[in-house]
Design a protein around this ligand. Structure first.
Ligand SMILES: O=C(O)CCC(=O)C(=O)O
Ligand SMILES: [Fe+2]
Length: 172
């Protein structure tokens, strides 16, 4: 791994949202708000307490929160915004959130693989075709991080880097 990589490890602890009093409001308390991970790839390991949910499209094109069952023996791999940009949108940085359990604490450890701050993020040439024109303008990880810090956690920040329609056509 490059010495100047901006990768990091985060440990999250979600205490029970209410001491099992069965309160419906408490039972749906958000432990980590809706977001996509900004880096390249996230590798998550957690204890046996559920809580992680991903936002997936259903058959009607609506989106629904789907529970990711806890498995302390598994690694959960999540595509980040940069990998979506690098693959010109073929791999999708899924929005996710964590709901706190009412009874047991959830613990998670996540390795976020990130490039160096000055790294240029540009779609891999083989992902840019006549049918799939370039979706994002080139940017650096540093620029992306600065943009992100000015926005809400839940912002669809990659959209700010969309190329305008004719700009994409020119780059065919
Ligand atoms: O704690 C979890 O299960 C996920 C947390 C998360 O999405 C994050 O730290 O980016
Ligand atoms: Fe996340």
């Amino acid at each position: 791994m490059a010495m100047d990589s901006d990768s990091l490890v985060r440990i999250n602890h979600y205490p029970p949202s209410a001491a099992g009093d069965g309160d419906i409001k408490a039972a749906s308390s958000v432990g980590f708000g809706e977001h996509s991970d900004p880096q390249i790839l996230s590798v998550l390991r957690a204890n046996d307490v559920d809580g992680l949910q991903v936002l997936l499209p259903d058959a009607r094109g609506d989106h629904a929160w789907v529970q990711v069952p806890a498995d302390p023996a598994a690694f959960f791999i999540n595509v980040g915004d940069l990998l979506q940009a690098l693959t010109n949108g073929r791999l999708v940085s899924i929005r996710h959130r964590v709901m706190a359990s009412t009874t047991k604490p959830r613990l998670s450890a996540i390795y976020f693989a990130a490039p160096a701050l000055h790294a240029n993020i540009l779609a891999l040439p083989e992902t840019v075709t006549a049918n799939a024109p370039r979706r994002y303008r080139p940017f650096t990880w540093e620029e992306y991080k600065k943009t992100m810090y000015m926005l809400r956690l839940s912002h669809n920040r990659l959209d700010l880097f969309n190329v305008v329609a004719d700009e994409g056509a020119e780059q065919e």
